[in-house]
Design a protein. Structure first.
Length: 153
């Protein structure tokens, strides 16, 4: 496996060993890349960890036995069990998402759009004022030149 890792520029030989174990256990289906987003129940996590400790099994062996795509998933469960206790196995992944009241969000969004529109209109107004100011100044200069005795049209 080390020579294969070097030949195909794979960083770790354990990747190849995992492929071999998955193929031996599940055939070609074991090599198909699966979606890692799978939700496991707290009871299932307890069962997996209990089996791993009872059988003195490694993370890859346990993942293979339970058909879990990544051994690191089991490692994360074990860390959560150590740090948060059993309740850590029953909590959902990641921090809780903030729920915005849809009506508040729409009104906030509308208010924000109004502010942006106000600033855009105000900015355009100032641009037009400057452009017209320049045009008006130019016209004034032309009038002065026209009325000048030194200039003839």
């Amino acid at each position: 496996s080390t020579s294969l890792a070097k030949k195909y520029n794979i960083k770790s030989r354990t990747t190849i060993l995992n492929w071999i174990h998955m193929y031996n256990a599940f055939g070609i289906k074991g090599l198909i890349v699966r979606k890692p987003i799978k939700v496991y129940s707290g009871n299932y996590k307890r069962k997996v960890l209990h089996w791993m400790h009872t059988n003195h099994s490694s993370y890859p062996e346990t993942a293979l036995f339970f058909n879990i795509s990544a051994p690191s998933t089991i490692f994360a469960w074990e860390r959560r069990l150590e740090t948060k206790g059993l309740t850590g196995l029953y909590t959902n992944r990641g921090p809780k998402k903030m729920k915005l009241n849809n009506i508040k969000f729409k009104s906030l969004n509308k208010s924000l759009k109004n502010k942006v529109n106000y600033y855009l209109i105000n900015y355009r107004y100032e641009q037009i004022k400057q452009e017209h100011g320049a045009i008006i100044n130019h016209i004034k200069k032309l009038i002065i030149l026209k009325d000048s005795p030194y200039h003839s049209f």
